[in-house]
Design a binder for this molecule. Structure first.
Ligand code: ZN
Length: 285
């Protein structure tokens, strides 16, 4: 027993160490001018190397990780990073802005800017006030970039109501932030007006893009087959919840039918998937 306790304590210590020491940041070529940035604290990021500049997609979660990312980028290209595109407003994608020069142009959806302005009111995240997005994209937009065609898309509320997709048609790569979760339930931020039904329609739009590599925040890149699988599983869950709601079942009964016990996610803000679907189906329009 004593030995087992020792092992458990050692394992916890390793976990704590792992949390303090994120994996080193690495810049991985995908195709042509498109790169994936792994490691550091926070979500995966992206890099586009254009003729005279480098554009970063998402900013990591800490100042240190963002600086490590910028250093890793310098080993890939001498081009300066003047623009950062945010796929949405979650902290693990944006708090690393603190490690970027203040002159950088931050590009985001207006609703992501709303969230960032809100977050900046909290003294803990007050630093974000220096990186409020200046360039706003609310629909389809082609960015003016020398040497690479960069298309921005917003397909409506899904993970949040400020999601942006960065699509490189020549590379056939799309950076999709947290629109794709692989191996775990999709996350719906109700407090940022995210919706599971919006997510399904957005995922269908992703399939329409001429792309074969989808880079997301918390998984390895995937192709269209994985997106189709995710749509099918989401639609199956939505349909099951719909049938139970039509039978007049309560939220607790619906959750029990899915084997979901207790509180999932963060009540009200980030409910678990089944709860999010239930709330969407039952809320008064
Ligand atoms: Zn997110």
């Amino acid at each position: 027993m004593q030995a087992l306790r020792g092992i458990v304590i050692a394992a916890l210590a390793i976990c704590a160490f792992a949390q303090q020491q994120p994996a080193p940041v690495e810049v991985v070529p995908i195709r042509g001018n498109a790169y994936l940035i792994r490691g550091g604290s926070g979500a995966n990021a992206g890099l586009i190397v254009a003729a005279r500049e480098a554009i970063v997609i998402d900013a990591k979660m800490t100042e240190d990780s963002a600086r490590a990312m910028l250093e890793a980028i310098r080993k890939v290209t001498p081009n300066p990073v003047r623009r950062v595109i945010l796929t949405h407003s979650d902290g693990d994608h944006i708090n690393g802005l603190a490690g970027f020069p203040k002159e950088v142009t931050v590009i985001a959806h207006p609703n992501a800017r709303r969230d960032i302005e809100q977050a900046a009111k909290d003294p803990k995240f007050g630093f974000l006030a220096s990186w409020i997005p200046r360039e706003l994209v609310s629909g389809d937009r082609r960015l003016d970039v020398e040497g690479v065609q960069v298309e921005l898309r917003h397909f409506g509320p899904a993970h949040t109501d400020g999601d942006l997709v960065v699509w490189l048609p020549a590379e056939r790569v799309a950076y999709v932030g947290d629109l794709l979760f692989i191996g775990r339930d999709p996350l719906i931020h109700r407090h940022k007006n995210g919706t599971s039904f919006g997510l399904v329609s957005t995922l269908k739009k992703l399939l329409e893009l001429d792309a074969d590599t989808y880079v997301s925040g918390h998984a390895e890149p995937v192709g269209k087959a994985e997106i189709r699988k995710l749509i099918a599983s989401l639609e199956t869950t939505q349909e099951r919840v719909r049938v139970l709601v039509a039978q007049g079942r309560s939220l607790d009964e619906v959750k029990a039918a899915f084997g979901v016990t207790g509180t999932t996610g963060m009540p009200g803000r980030r409910p678990g998937l089944v709860e999010a679907i239930y709330l969407e189906l039952t809320e008064k329009k």
